[in-house]
Design a protein around this ligand. Structure first.
Ligand SMILES: [Zn+2]
Length: 123
């Protein structure tokens, strides 16, 4: 926080003034102080600049956060897509094996059973 430097017109005391407060009284003699408007506006301009710098820094941080968020979302989505691909790569062959093998087993097993019983009877 920058202070405005003032000189009391009545007693000549050197004072510092918080620019938030536009009115001030001398701590030493109690007279009301006049604020140099040029100095004040300079300070306010500087304050505004500082505010803008802070805001733009905050915006930059926010942008960074948003960028990071999207990056993360993208990588998550990519991961999901990869998992889906993996599911297809492994799932489809396994499913097709089951689909193909199940009827074969359904046909072959009874035949094997019949053959087994026929051979057993012959003995
Ligand atoms: Zn004074």
């Amino acid at each position: 926080m920058k202070f405005i430097h003032l000189k009391c017109d009545s007693c000549g005391a050197e004072l510092e003034l918080d620019p938030e407060h536009l009115q001030a009284y001398c701590q030493f003699c109690g007279s009301k102080l006049l604020i140099d408007m040029d100095q004040l506006s300079e300070l306010l301009v500087e304050k505004e600049k500082t505010k803008r710098v802070v805001e733009s820094e905050q915006n930059a941080t926010k942008r960074e956060e948003i960028k990071y968020h999207y990056k993360e979302e993208r990588s998550k989505r990519k991961h999901r897509e990869e998992m889906t691909e993996l599911g297809f790569i492994f799932g489809v062959p396994i499913l097709s094996i089951i689909v193909l093998v199940a009827p074969v087993l359904l046909i072959i097993l009874p035949i094997l059973a019949i053959v087994y019983f026929v051979l057993k009877k012959k003995k």
